[in-house]
Every structure is written in structure tokens, then in C-alpha cells.
Design a protein around this ligand. Structure first.
Ligand SMILES: *Cc1c(COP(=O)(O)O)cnc(C)c1O
Length: 410
């Protein structure tokens, strides 16, 4: 008898699902004890009919909410026409998707991929090739400067330059060619660049590290340093991009500057399908020629149709305006909330550090979930809040009232 055949009467629906996960799903996550079955906007419902406000939003993949009607309609329509061609042939969504995304970001070209980690890997490959073919770095000597505390994904090359022992431990041997500098320190960045450096890879706001907003002037300094040294600035906006900060790009919104290469993912697929992209000018992305890079699913018509609907939502700037207004409320209320030792953030994105006397970030996240608000701890005392950007003002207040209550009862 398999688990699926067993009577479930003795177990709650949640416990039944948790047992299946424990026995048959790799244990690479430690989820909160909540098993969800449906969602709409900022609200989700679990298998026992309990409702929650989703203040994680799929790590910002669900920027436009669960079941967004515009994205759902685009997906349905494309699902009925065609879903995959491979890049062996063209499809009628790919050209418009690349054209519209390039225009949104003020760049020439788009390399479509699927996951965020693939966008990062692809950006690094492009930067190395650019280094050899355009900058003239000797073969196999290219180096990339990255920041401590960064999160860029889970592939072997990416964890090779992670400073998180949990992300690296047991996965060597590692990919060479990376130099790590402290985040937010422009002088350390300048000092780390050598004639063999081809790129600087940074998150404009470090998400997984606990929503670390860089010091004033840092992004402008990064721009200057990269221009002076003739290296590419790769801005990983997989989490910070597409509205989270109240801007299409955090680099532009917070720093007023343009990176050379943008990496997008998460919200680009609207929480419907995985869609990622490397976006840059033709003098950079143009180094790729047929056969040198690819992806079976990258640029598929379903992904492109959903991506185009996401671009459409962002072009009508009302969601960005809403994010800035509600982000102002979120940031202001958190900054006066008792029980927190630090509050960081911008837009509808915050990292809060819980007073250790009240428990860990994980424990606060569990108590908050029991009270009806879902969020996720990052490291130690830190809890991250990133509701869908379409959250209604009254629901934002409800979640913050709930957080305040949980902190005062701790
Ligand atoms: C989530 C994330 C990634 C990796 O995206 P996946 O789709 O999980 O591979 C890369 N960079 C940043 C900044 C992220 O937040």
C-alpha cells in the first residue's frame, strides 16, 4: 500500500500532506506547516479552508498577485494556441516579447531563459565572452567581482562564489574566477578590479541577505567605477526588479543609473511560468552566436505571452505608483513598531530583525502564520515581508496590525 491509498481520517489534511513531503520530497526546504490550495490577489487558502495574507508572494515571483486576471487570460489564450516550439523555429510571441522587454529596460537585446539562476549563469557566460572578444582579456583569465552576502541562485558556479556556508558546503569543487568584496563598500570594489576583471555582479538591493539597501551613492559609485575600469556592471534584478521597489528597475529607481546588463526572473513569469532574461545592448549580447548558448524552453511562446502581459502591467505605471504609496505606509509603520531591532527596506519590500528576547525570525514567522499572515525568515533574527504589489491598503494594515499583535504577545 502506498501512502496515497491510506485512509486520511486520522490525520489532518495538512499533516497528511506534510507526511508525503517528509517521505517523498527531498528535504531541501523547511516550509512552515501550511499547505495551500488556492489563491487570489494577496490572499491564499489552505487545504483546511483557512485563509492567509501572502506576505512572501513567492519570493517576489507573485508581484502581481495570485490569479492575476490579466496574466491568467494571457496564459489561457496562449495555452490554447501553442506552448512550445523550441528555438529551432521562430514563434510569434518571441519577437514581440524581446522587443517590448528591451524597450522597457532601455536596452537593445534580450536573451530569454527560464529560471533566475539560468539568467545569472547566462549573464556570466556573456560577460566572460565579452571580456575575451571585446575587452581583450587573455584566454581563461576572466574574473568577476561579486559581493559578500549575495544570493544569485543555486548552480555550482553560483554557489562557488556564495559566502553562505550552507549554500556551498559539500558541493565543491568550485568554479574559479570570482572575487568577493563587502557589499556597499565602493572603495573595496574599486580596489578589487584588475585588468582581468570583466564584470561586477551585484544585487541593487540584497534580497535573501535580509533586504539590505545599499548606502546612499553606492549604485552611482558602482556605475562610475565600472565605466572607468571598462568592466560590465551586471545588475541582478531577479528579485528587486519589475516593481518590487516601486520602480521597474531598482538600479534606476534607487541609484538613478543604468547597469550594462540586467538579469530578470521571478515576476517576469508572473508566478505562472518560469521566465527569466538577460537584457543588454547589442555590443554585449551580440557576442553570442548560433550554437554557443541555448535553452529548450527559453523563449517558448507560453512564457513570452505571459511575459508580455507582465510588461504591459508595468508599462501602465499604476502598479508602480500603488507600490510607492503602500510601500511608504509599510516602511513607516514598521519603523515605529515595538519588538524590532532593525528595519530595512524600500517599496513593498522589508527585512525586519526581531528582538532576540521575542524569539527567532523563524519563530516569529510561525506565530505570524498561525495568526493568518505568511512570510519567510531569512537568517537568524530576520523576517522578510514582500506582499504582492497589488495588495489592498486595508489588507496591508491588517497584516501590520497582526504583526504588531504577534510581537506584543510574544
Ligand atoms: C531568486 C533569485 C535568483 C535565482 O532565481 P531562481 O529562479 O530561483 O533560480 C537569482 N538572483 C536573485 C537576486 C534572486 O533573488
Amino acid at each position: 500500500m502506498t501512502l496515497l491509498d491510506q485512509p486520511t481520517t486520522a490525520l489532518s489534511a495538512t499533516a497528511h500532506h506534510e507526511r508525503m513531503l517528509a517521505e517523498h520530497s527531498a528535504h531541501n526546504y523547511a516550509p512552515l506547516p501550511v499547505v495551500l490550495s488556492s489563491g487570489e490577489g494577496a490572499w491564499v487558502t489552505d487545504v483546511e479552508g483557512r485563509r492567509y495574507l501572502d506576505f512572501l508572494a513567492g519570493y517576489s515571483a507573485l508581484n502581481f498577485g495570485h490569479g492575476n486576471p490579466v496574466l491568467r487570460a494571457a496564459a489561457h489564450a496562449q495555452l490554447d494556441r501553442m506552448t512550445l516550439t523550441s528555438r529551432a523555429f521562430g514563434n510569434d510571441q518571441l519577437g514581440p516579447f524581446c522587443t517590448e522587454l528591451a524597450a522597457l529596460l532601455g536596452k537593445d537585446m534580450v536573451l530569454p531563459m527560464n529560471t533566475g539562476a539560468e539568467a545569472v549563469e547566462s549573464g556570466l557566460k556573456v560577460a566572460r565572452k565579452w571580456g575575451y572578444e571585446v575587452k581583450g582579456v587573455p584566454a581563461d583569465r576572466a574574473r568577476v567581482v561579486v559581493a559578500a552576502g549575495a544570493f544569485h541562485g543555486r548552480t555550482i558556479s553560483i554557489v562557488s562564489f556564495s559566502t553562505d556556508p550552507e549554500a556551498r558546503g559539500g558541493f565543491g569543487p568550485f568554479t574559479p574566477g570570482f572575487d568577493v568584496v563587502p557589499y556597499g563598500d565602493a572603495e573595496a570594489l574599486r580596489a578589487a578590479i584588475t585588468p582581468e576583471t570583466v564584470a561586477v555582479l551585484l544585487e541593487p538591493v540584497q534580497g535573501e541577505a535580509g533586504v539590505i539597501v545599499p548606502p546612499e551613492g553606492y549604485l552611482r559609485a558602482v556605475r562610475e567605477i565600472c565605466t572607468d575600469a571598462g568592466v560590465l556592471w551586471i545588475s541582478d534584478e531577479v528579485q528587486s526588479g519589475l516593481g518590487r521597489t516601486g520602480h521597474v528597475l531598482a538600479t534606476r529607481g534607487l541609484g538613478g543609473v543604468q547597469a550594462d546588463v540586467y538579469l530578470l526572473g521571478k515576476a517576469l513569469g508572473g508566478g505562472v511560468v518560469p521566465v527569466s532574461a538577460v537584457v543588454a545592448d547589442a555590443d554585449v549580447l551580440g557576442v553570442l552566436r548560433p550554437g554557443q548558448h541555448g535553452s529548450t524552453f527559453g523563449g517558448n511562446p507560453l512564457a513570452c505571452a505571459v511575459g508580455r502581459a507582465v510588461i504591459g502591467i508595468l508599462r501602465d505605471a499604476s502598479v508602480l505608483h500603488h507600490t510607492r504609496v503602500l510601500g511608504g505606509i509599510l516602511q513607516a509603520r514598521l519603523r515605529t513598531m515595538p519588538g524590532l531591532t532593525a528595519v530595512r527596506g524600500v517599496g513593498l519590500w522589508a527585512g525586519i530583525d526581531v528582538d532576540p528576547a521575542l524569539g527567532t525570525g523563524r519563530e516569529l514567522g510561525e506565530r505570524l502564520a498561525r495568526a493568518g499572515v505568511l512570510s519567510k525568515d531569512t537568517h537568524g533574527p530576520t523576517l522578510r515581508l514582500s506582499p504582492p504589489l497589488v495588495v489592498e491598503e486595508q489588507d496591508l494594515h491588517l497584516a501590520l496590525d497582526t504583526l504588531e499583535g504577534v510581537l506584543s504577545r510574544a
